[in-house]
Design a protein around this ligand. Structure first.
Ligand code: ATP
Ligand code: MG
Length: 447
């Protein structure tokens, strides 16, 4: 009797000499974890976006690891670690400056962990800022732990499913990701309709990668977005919020928003924001320039880009007949403008506060400052960095006269140089906040 060849061919493996990834490009902390896992007898891979980016000669945002060690075993190897997520599937290993995330190989694609679990756990860890050693209550070991191949197949796109094996420095490809990387193609792993129905956010991610990497969508993947785009409405506000800010902070916000817009995803996901406003593209380009020069942006400044033009239009309408602006009415109109979005996107109260006052402050900055005191007073407000950033965006997009922006910049500089008040720091830059740190950590969901 002949056996039917039903097995898949094995993975494609590139030996060390056949690919460009060097250990020098991997963070010290990630290497340390990889080596300790490997020396303890486990499989230890670098996975996901970091392998993709290193293969392309780009700098990864973060380094994610996967292993056959179970969370409990990982915890035993690394004292300063904790399990994370609703099902405690991931382990975070804490170092001074960074956290390395390790996931145990999984078999099945499953609904992603909610960002809420993450925020809570991460906030606790950040606040504690000490060794995190307490044992989380680990559930029974789930049935769904998988093989490396299964773990590759549950991922979203072929280019995101490559493994870098610390045991022999090879790159392992179970899904055709190497060919797609070479061809510059975004392709779902498996049937795109099913994969998008399973998690509609993948449609947004597909377009985001295409823009960021300059890749194109494989035809079936593109067609499936057309067919399934309505499903984006079933995604929670928290995840849509997360995806929006990932896009806005990526340095390619203008292109990503335009792609989401063209695909009809943006309007469905963010019905209260307009992606095709007359100045949106220019404002987002200004955001991208700021990100490229490493200026930190508060969430309020980023999302403010969608409201700036509309708000300034309201101001113009209200003062068109030469009347003095009615501040009470303007504040009310501003609330009406922001409230539906704030609720839908689950913006934090703090972000809404900064956005509200940051926009309102623009009415006080419509002309060059006349008195130093005015500048000092405004610049002391907690929302001033956001107002200043929005003023800068508006100037770049031609919504505020550049001379007015420059006059404010000079006045702020003078105030700072005079040393008349030490607290006026870094005007134009939002101060670093735990929230920002948390967001960057949240970039590591759902591995
Ligand atoms: P980035 O450069 O934005 O960090 P990334 O590919 O690393 O890109 P992450 O969001 O950090 O993206 O996720 C890491 C990996 O986890 C992905 O490369 C992919 O393999 C897997 N992944 C993330 N989100 C999903 C999802 N929704 N469905 C399936 N797999 C996912
Ligand atoms: Mg990543």
């Amino acid at each position: 009797m002949t056996t039917v060849a039903t097995e898949r061919p094995g993975p494609r493996i590139l030996a060390r000499a056949e690919h460009p990834i060097s250990r020098r490009d991997i963070s010290r902390e990630a290497l340390k974890v990889l080596y300790r896992l490997e020396r303890s007898g486990y499989i230890a891979y670098l996975v996901g976006g970091s392998v993709r980016d290193l293969m392309l000669g780009r700098t990864p945002k973060d380094f994610d690891l996967a292993t056959n060690a179970r969370p409990r075993e990982i915890r035993n190897l690394f004292r300063n670690s904790r399990t994370i997520g609703r099902r405690f599937r991931l382990v975070h290993i804490f170092f001074h400056e960074t956290i390395v995330e390790v996931a145990t190989f999984r078999a099945s694609p499953e609904p992603p962990e909610g960002p809420d679990d993450w925020e809570e756990a991460e906030q606790e860890a950040i606040e504690a800022d000490t060794e995190v050693t307490e044992t989380a209550p680990l559930p029974e070991e789930p049935e769904s732990w998988g093989t490396p191949e299964e773990d590759a197949r549950r991922r979203d796109f072929t280019i995101n499913a490559l493994f870098y094996d610390i045991a022999d420095y090879s790159v392992i490809d179970h899904v055709g990701g190497l060919d797609d990387l070479n061809a510059g193609v975004i392709r779902t792993i498996g049937n795109p309709d099913l994969r998008f129905q399973e998690d509609p956010v993948r449609m947004m991610r597909a377009l985001e990668y295409a823009v960021r990497l300059g890749f194109s969508l494989e035809a079936d993947t593109a067609a499936a977005i057309e067919r399934n785009r309505d499903a984006i409405r079933t995604v929670s506000g928290a995840r849509l919020n997360y995806e929006l800010f990932e896009g806005l902070r990526s340095g390619a916000a203008a292109g990503i928003v335009a792609a989401w817009c063209r695909a009809g995803l943006f309007d469905l996901a963010y019905p209260n924001l307009r992606c095709d406003g007359p100045n949106t593209a220019r404002l987002l380009e200004a955001v991208d320039q700021g990100i490229a020069s490493r200026v930190p942006h508060a969430d309020a400044s980023l999302v403010g880009a969608f409201f700036l033009a509309r708000f300034l239009q309201v101001v113009r309408e209200m003062s068109s007949d030469g009347q003095r602006l009615d501040n009470v009415e303007l504040l009310q109109r501003l609330r009406d403008l922001l409230e539906p979005t704030a609720a839908g996107l689950r913006l934090s109260n703090h972000t809404v506060h900064l956005l509200h006052h940051g926009l309102f402050t623009l009415t006080k900055m419509a002309r060059a400052p006349e008195r130093g005191r005015q500048v000092v007073k405004l610049s002391h407000q907690d929302y001033f960095p956001v107002a200043w950033q929005l003023h800068g965006l508006a100037a770049s997009a031609g919504l505020v006269q550049p001379e007015v922006h420059d006059a404010w910049a000079r006045a702020l500089n003078r105030v700072r140089q005079d040393g008349s008040d030490d607290e006026i720091v870094a005007v134009g830059e939002a101060p670093p906040s735990p929230r920002r740190r948390r967001r960057s950590r949240r970039g590591r969901r759902r591995r």
